[in-house]
Design a protein around this ligand. Structure first.
Ligand SMILES: NC(=O)c1ccc[n+]([C@@H]2O[C@H](COP(=O)([O-])OP(=O)(O)OC[C@H]3O[C@@H](n4cnc5c(N)ncnc54)[C@H](OP(=O)(O)O)[C@@H]3O)[C@@H](O)[C@H]2O)c1
Length: 253
Protein backbone atom coordinates (compact mmCIF):
# COMPACT_ATOMS: atom_id res chain seq x y z
CA UNK A 1 0.00 0.00 0.00
CA UNK A 2 1.57 3.33 -1.04
CA UNK A 3 1.51 5.90 1.74
CA UNK A 4 -0.53 9.10 1.80
CA UNK A 5 1.46 12.09 3.08
CA UNK A 6 0.17 15.64 3.62
CA UNK A 7 2.84 18.33 3.15
CA UNK A 8 2.04 21.87 4.27
CA UNK A 9 3.97 24.72 2.68
CA UNK A 10 4.38 22.61 -0.44
CA UNK A 11 4.48 25.48 -2.92
CA UNK A 12 8.22 26.22 -2.66
CA UNK A 13 11.41 25.72 -0.66
CA UNK A 14 11.79 22.68 1.58
CA UNK A 15 8.13 21.64 1.28
CA UNK A 16 8.26 21.53 -2.53
CA UNK A 17 11.54 19.58 -2.57
CA UNK A 18 10.17 17.16 0.03
CA UNK A 19 7.05 16.56 -2.07
CA UNK A 20 9.23 15.78 -5.11
CA UNK A 21 11.28 13.35 -3.02
CA UNK A 22 8.11 11.66 -1.71
CA UNK A 23 6.90 11.31 -5.31
CA UNK A 24 10.04 9.40 -6.23
CA UNK A 25 8.87 6.68 -3.78
CA UNK A 26 5.48 6.67 -5.59
CA UNK A 27 3.88 8.18 -2.49
CA UNK A 28 0.45 9.82 -2.73
CA UNK A 29 1.12 13.42 -1.76
CA UNK A 30 -1.38 16.05 -0.61
CA UNK A 31 0.13 19.50 -1.05
CA UNK A 32 -1.09 22.67 0.69
CA UNK A 33 -0.06 26.32 0.47
CA UNK A 34 -1.62 29.61 -0.55
CA UNK A 35 -0.09 30.05 -4.01
CA UNK A 36 -2.27 27.89 -6.29
CA UNK A 37 -0.08 28.27 -9.41
CA UNK A 38 3.10 27.38 -7.54
CA UNK A 39 1.37 24.38 -5.94
CA UNK A 40 0.21 23.16 -9.36
CA UNK A 41 3.75 23.47 -10.73
CA UNK A 42 5.14 21.44 -7.81
CA UNK A 43 2.32 18.94 -8.29
CA UNK A 44 3.44 18.44 -11.92
CA UNK A 45 6.99 17.74 -10.76
CA UNK A 46 5.74 15.19 -8.20
CA UNK A 47 3.70 13.42 -10.87
CA UNK A 48 6.53 13.42 -13.41
CA UNK A 49 8.70 11.79 -10.73
CA UNK A 50 6.24 8.94 -10.19
CA UNK A 51 4.00 10.21 -7.39
CA UNK A 52 0.30 10.85 -7.26
CA UNK A 53 -0.71 14.30 -6.11
CA UNK A 54 -3.64 16.30 -4.80
CA UNK A 55 -3.09 20.06 -4.49
CA UNK A 56 -5.18 22.10 -2.07
CA UNK A 57 -4.59 25.87 -2.17
CA UNK A 58 -5.51 27.62 1.05
CA UNK A 59 -4.41 29.48 4.15
CA UNK A 60 -3.34 27.18 6.96
CA UNK A 61 -4.06 29.77 9.62
CA UNK A 62 -7.71 28.79 9.12
CA UNK A 63 -8.57 25.78 11.28
CA UNK A 64 -11.40 25.05 8.86
CA UNK A 65 -8.90 24.76 6.01
CA UNK A 66 -6.91 22.18 8.01
CA UNK A 67 -10.09 20.14 8.41
CA UNK A 68 -10.92 20.48 4.69
CA UNK A 69 -7.41 19.41 3.78
CA UNK A 70 -7.64 16.21 5.81
CA UNK A 71 -11.17 15.53 4.50
CA UNK A 72 -9.92 15.96 0.92
CA UNK A 73 -7.03 13.57 1.54
CA UNK A 74 -9.40 10.97 2.98
CA UNK A 75 -11.91 11.53 0.17
CA UNK A 76 -9.30 11.11 -2.55
CA UNK A 77 -7.04 8.45 -1.05
CA UNK A 78 -8.96 6.92 1.89
CA UNK A 79 -6.20 7.27 4.48
CA UNK A 80 -3.53 9.58 5.91
CA UNK A 81 -0.19 8.02 6.89
CA UNK A 82 1.76 11.17 7.69
CA UNK A 83 1.50 14.92 8.09
CA UNK A 84 4.56 17.08 7.51
CA UNK A 85 3.98 20.42 9.21
CA UNK A 86 6.44 22.39 7.11
CA UNK A 87 4.67 25.71 6.37
CA UNK A 88 6.49 28.49 8.16
CA UNK A 89 7.18 32.20 8.20
CA UNK A 90 10.03 34.18 9.71
CA UNK A 91 8.10 37.39 10.39
CA UNK A 92 9.70 40.80 10.86
CA UNK A 93 13.49 40.65 11.22
CA UNK A 94 13.98 43.21 14.00
CA UNK A 95 14.84 43.36 17.68
CA UNK A 96 11.85 42.60 19.88
CA UNK A 97 11.89 46.18 21.13
CA UNK A 98 10.83 47.23 17.61
CA UNK A 99 8.59 44.31 16.65
CA UNK A 100 4.84 44.71 16.71
CA UNK A 101 2.70 42.38 18.78
CA UNK A 102 0.82 41.57 15.57
CA UNK A 103 3.96 40.34 13.86
CA UNK A 104 4.70 37.95 16.75
CA UNK A 105 1.08 36.83 16.66
CA UNK A 106 1.17 36.12 12.91
CA UNK A 107 4.37 34.06 13.26
CA UNK A 108 2.74 31.97 15.98
CA UNK A 109 -0.41 31.60 13.85
CA UNK A 110 1.50 29.82 11.08
CA UNK A 111 4.40 28.16 12.88
CA UNK A 112 2.53 26.85 15.94
CA UNK A 113 -1.25 27.13 15.72
CA UNK A 114 -1.54 25.97 12.09
CA UNK A 115 0.58 22.92 12.95
CA UNK A 116 -1.66 22.25 15.96
CA UNK A 117 -4.77 22.55 13.78
CA UNK A 118 -3.33 20.04 11.31
CA UNK A 119 -2.50 17.61 14.11
CA UNK A 120 -5.99 17.90 15.58
CA UNK A 121 -7.67 17.47 12.19
CA UNK A 122 -5.55 14.49 11.17
CA UNK A 123 -5.31 12.60 14.48
CA UNK A 124 -8.21 10.16 13.95
CA UNK A 125 -6.81 9.13 10.56
CA UNK A 126 -3.24 9.01 11.87
CA UNK A 127 -4.25 6.85 14.85
CA UNK A 128 -6.03 4.46 12.48
CA UNK A 129 -2.98 4.25 10.22
CA UNK A 130 -0.40 4.16 13.03
CA UNK A 131 0.96 7.22 11.23
CA UNK A 132 3.48 9.98 11.74
CA UNK A 133 3.62 13.70 12.36
CA UNK A 134 6.86 15.43 11.39
CA UNK A 135 7.07 19.02 12.55
CA UNK A 136 9.71 21.10 10.79
CA UNK A 137 11.42 23.01 13.54
CA UNK A 138 14.83 24.68 13.71
CA UNK A 139 18.05 24.72 15.68
CA UNK A 140 17.31 28.39 16.46
CA UNK A 141 14.64 27.04 18.85
CA UNK A 142 17.47 26.68 21.36
CA UNK A 143 18.11 30.46 20.94
CA UNK A 144 19.15 33.20 21.49
CA UNK A 145 18.35 34.35 17.95
CA UNK A 146 18.92 38.05 17.45
CA UNK A 147 16.23 39.81 15.38
CA UNK A 148 14.30 36.60 14.71
CA UNK A 149 12.98 36.24 18.25
CA UNK A 150 9.39 35.46 17.29
CA UNK A 151 10.54 32.82 14.82
CA UNK A 152 12.89 31.17 17.34
CA UNK A 153 10.29 31.21 20.11
CA UNK A 154 7.66 29.74 17.77
CA UNK A 155 10.01 26.91 16.81
CA UNK A 156 10.71 26.23 20.50
CA UNK A 157 6.95 25.98 20.98
CA UNK A 158 6.65 23.63 18.00
CA UNK A 159 9.40 21.38 19.37
CA UNK A 160 7.66 21.31 22.74
CA UNK A 161 4.32 20.54 21.09
CA UNK A 162 6.03 17.61 19.34
CA UNK A 163 7.34 16.12 22.59
CA UNK A 164 3.96 16.43 24.29
CA UNK A 165 2.15 14.94 21.29
CA UNK A 166 4.48 11.95 21.51
CA UNK A 167 3.45 11.08 25.06
CA UNK A 168 -0.23 11.87 24.57
CA UNK A 169 -0.63 9.82 21.38
CA UNK A 170 1.04 6.41 21.73
CA UNK A 171 -0.45 5.13 18.46
CA UNK A 172 1.44 7.61 16.31
CA UNK A 173 5.06 8.68 15.86
CA UNK A 174 5.63 12.39 16.48
CA UNK A 175 9.01 13.86 15.66
CA UNK A 176 10.58 17.21 14.96
CA UNK A 177 13.04 17.79 12.12
CA UNK A 178 15.77 20.42 11.95
CA UNK A 179 16.60 20.80 8.24
CA UNK A 180 19.69 22.97 8.78
CA UNK A 181 20.29 26.30 7.04
CA UNK A 182 18.87 26.14 3.50
CA UNK A 183 18.83 28.89 0.86
CA UNK A 184 15.08 29.42 0.46
CA UNK A 185 12.84 32.50 0.37
CA UNK A 186 12.58 32.39 4.17
CA UNK A 187 16.36 32.41 4.53
CA UNK A 188 16.69 35.16 1.89
CA UNK A 189 14.47 37.39 4.05
CA UNK A 190 16.85 36.97 6.99
CA UNK A 191 19.96 37.48 4.84
CA UNK A 192 18.60 40.73 3.36
CA UNK A 193 17.83 42.19 6.78
CA UNK A 194 20.85 40.92 8.72
CA UNK A 195 23.33 43.76 7.98
CA UNK A 196 20.85 46.42 9.15
CA UNK A 197 19.20 44.68 12.07
CA UNK A 198 21.81 42.48 13.73
CA UNK A 199 25.04 42.97 15.64
CA UNK A 200 28.16 42.95 13.46
CA UNK A 201 29.13 39.49 14.71
CA UNK A 202 25.72 37.97 13.97
CA UNK A 203 25.49 39.62 10.54
CA UNK A 204 28.96 38.30 9.74
CA UNK A 205 27.79 34.79 10.65
CA UNK A 206 24.97 35.06 8.12
CA UNK A 207 27.36 36.53 5.52
CA UNK A 208 29.62 33.49 5.93
CA UNK A 209 26.63 31.18 5.70
CA UNK A 210 25.63 32.79 2.42
CA UNK A 211 29.19 32.45 1.14
CA UNK A 212 29.08 28.67 1.30
CA UNK A 213 27.53 27.27 4.46
CA UNK A 214 24.13 26.19 3.27
CA UNK A 215 22.78 22.67 3.47
CA UNK A 216 21.70 21.22 0.11
CA UNK A 217 17.95 21.68 -0.40
CA UNK A 218 17.32 18.35 -2.12
CA UNK A 219 19.42 16.37 0.38
CA UNK A 220 17.82 17.73 3.53
CA UNK A 221 14.34 17.48 1.99
CA UNK A 222 14.96 13.84 1.04
CA UNK A 223 15.73 13.16 4.71
CA UNK A 224 12.49 14.83 5.74
CA UNK A 225 10.60 12.63 3.25
CA UNK A 226 12.26 9.51 4.69
CA UNK A 227 11.29 10.48 8.23
CA UNK A 228 7.66 10.94 7.19
CA UNK A 229 7.57 7.54 5.49
CA UNK A 230 9.77 5.43 7.74
CA UNK A 231 10.70 6.95 11.12
CA UNK A 232 10.41 4.10 13.64
CA UNK A 233 7.96 4.36 16.54
CA UNK A 234 10.91 4.29 18.95
CA UNK A 235 11.91 7.75 17.72
CA UNK A 236 8.69 9.37 18.87
CA UNK A 237 9.28 12.57 20.83
CA UNK A 238 12.71 13.14 19.30
CA UNK A 239 13.91 16.26 17.52
CA UNK A 240 16.00 14.86 14.68
CA UNK A 241 18.70 16.99 13.04
CA UNK A 242 19.54 16.80 9.33
CA UNK A 243 23.11 15.84 10.23
CA UNK A 244 21.93 12.87 12.31
CA UNK A 245 23.39 9.87 10.48
CA UNK A 246 20.64 7.58 11.79
CA UNK A 247 18.32 9.01 9.13
CA UNK A 248 20.52 7.53 6.40
CA UNK A 249 19.67 4.07 7.73
CA UNK A 250 16.03 4.67 6.83
CA UNK A 251 16.92 4.81 3.12
CA UNK A 252 17.51 1.06 3.08
CA UNK A 253 14.04 0.27 4.48
N1 LIG B 1 15.34 27.68 5.21
C1 LIG B 1 15.94 27.37 6.35
O1 LIG B 1 17.15 27.61 6.53
C2 LIG B 1 15.19 26.71 7.46
C3 LIG B 1 15.91 26.27 8.59
C4 LIG B 1 15.22 25.65 9.63
C5 LIG B 1 13.86 25.44 9.52
N2 LIG B 1 13.19 25.87 8.41
C6 LIG B 1 11.74 25.63 8.35
O2 LIG B 1 11.43 24.92 7.16
C7 LIG B 1 10.08 25.20 6.79
C8 LIG B 1 10.03 25.58 5.32
O3 LIG B 1 10.75 26.78 5.17
P1 LIG B 1 11.43 27.25 3.80
O4 LIG B 1 12.77 27.70 4.16
O5 LIG B 1 11.23 26.21 2.75
O6 LIG B 1 10.55 28.55 3.52
P2 LIG B 1 9.85 29.14 2.21
O7 LIG B 1 10.59 28.77 0.99
O8 LIG B 1 9.62 30.57 2.54
O9 LIG B 1 8.45 28.33 2.17
C9 LIG B 1 7.48 28.52 3.16
C10 LIG B 1 6.25 27.72 2.78
O10 LIG B 1 5.24 27.94 3.79
C11 LIG B 1 4.03 28.24 3.14
N3 LIG B 1 3.18 29.09 3.98
C12 LIG B 1 3.54 30.18 4.71
N4 LIG B 1 2.46 30.72 5.30
C13 LIG B 1 1.41 29.95 4.96
C14 LIG B 1 0.02 30.00 5.26
N5 LIG B 1 -0.52 30.96 6.04
N6 LIG B 1 -0.79 29.05 4.73
C15 LIG B 1 -0.27 28.09 3.93
N7 LIG B 1 1.03 27.99 3.62
C16 LIG B 1 1.86 28.92 4.13
C17 LIG B 1 4.45 28.95 1.85
O11 LIG B 1 3.46 28.79 0.88
P3 LIG B 1 2.53 30.00 0.29
O12 LIG B 1 3.34 31.25 0.33
O13 LIG B 1 2.18 29.51 -1.07
O14 LIG B 1 1.36 30.03 1.21
C18 LIG B 1 5.67 28.15 1.46
O15 LIG B 1 5.30 27.00 0.72
C19 LIG B 1 9.60 26.32 7.71
O16 LIG B 1 8.85 25.76 8.77
C20 LIG B 1 10.91 26.89 8.24
O17 LIG B 1 10.75 27.50 9.49
C21 LIG B 1 13.82 26.49 7.39
Amino acid sequence: MTQVVIVTGGSRGIGAATAVSLGSYRTRVVLAGRDADALAAVGDRVQRGGGTVLTMPGDLTSERFAQQLVAAALGEFGRVDAVINNAGVVGEVVHMSEASADSWRSVYEVNVLAALAMVRAALPALRAAGGRVVNVTSEVAAGPAESIGAYAASKAALSSLTRTLAIEEPDITAIGYQPGPVHTDLMATILRAAPDTMSAAMAEGYRRLAAGGFVDLAATSAKLALLAMRAPRAWTGRIVDHADTEIDGLAAG
